[in-house]
Design a protein around this ligand. Sequence first.
Ligand SMILES: C[S@@+](CC[C@H](N)C(=O)[O-])C[C@H]1O[C@@H](n2cnc3c(N)ncnc32)[C@H](O)[C@@H]1O
Length: 363
Amino acid sequence: MEAHLTVGRVAGLTGVTVRTLHHYDEIGLVRPSARTGAGHRAYSAADVARLRAVLAYRRLGFGLREVADLVDDPSADAVGRLHRLRGVLLEQRDRAAAMVTAIDRELEGRAMGTTPAGARLYETIGSAYPATRRTEPRIAAQVWAALGDARTVLNVGAGTGSYEPADRDVTAVEPSEVMRAQRPRDAARCVAARAERLPFPDRSFDAAMAFSTVHHWQDPVAGLREMRRVARRVVVFTHDAGDSAWRQRFWLTRDYLPEAAGLVAGRPPVHELARAIGARITPVLIPWDCADGFFEAYWRRPEAYLDEAARRAVSVWARVGPEAERRAVGEIRADLASGRWAARNPELAALDAAELGLRLLVA
Ligand SMILES: C[S@@+](CC[C@H](N)C(=O)[O-])C[C@H]1O[C@@H](n2cnc3c(N)ncnc32)[C@H](O)[C@@H]1O
């Protein structure tokens, strides 16, 4: 006589619960072909084989009714059904991928809070940035040396990726979507967040760097403390907003655009920033042919300030407003033509690099 298995034994062999086996029996999907003398379910080898077929179809994702059709009718079009099922699963996969993207956006938005004012500015002026803003190799060498042996580096306020060292594992943080979108395809991965709330655990990086961005942060001290929290070493390139001599030192602010000095009013002076993270301060000289077109870059090439594209890549010009800009540019143009600019700045022609209040903070 054929050996039969109890429901418990079948459950143990196939990995389904006794409850599921009872359910399959009740709906007629897998009925045990016999009962024991005491009325308990008894499964034959054929019953177990049918159960295995049912389970195989279930694993592929078929519903119970379709599984019943397939096991009851060997001529049922299994291949056609698998194709249909595959289509359904692809749709589900695409829906899940879209949901993951939406969740990522939501998480980024929450990490950033409301878009900070500094980033909102770059949403407006950021598209002009890549035209003249790029890594200046002599300044980059100082930043990279200050990073020491750091292997993992966080670049905060990363913009389009200038100054990111190619030989280290870089993660970028940039709140402006316009700036993020302009990063080269092969640039480091970039997270939408802001300095004041870095979405990383303590000590996640060997070093954190910030180049030419601290003056845009809503709360520079909070941002620097965040950098300190997430990294062993901090390297910051910024200008000394507290240096009153700065306005007199640079002919552009001294003679043509005094409004620029007003922009830094109320910002913490550099020694306060340094104290917040225990940093030492080193002056950074600006080479006469600086490749990165920041505000002070053209100190020996005054004609460059007449170039609209060069000005559009520098936030100072947007922040002083069109009237001050028109006036300053008009006066520079006139003084270059008359020789007055050269007469006022005779010492510059012999200088290869200038001290204009730019500083490297290393902690
Ligand atoms: C002058 S760009 C410098 C970009 C880049 N570091 C470079 O050197 O080319 C200033 C950048 O700071 C970003 N920024 C503004 N507010 C910020 C904040 N609170 N946290 C981080 N970055 C911010 C701006 O969106 C902008 O991309």
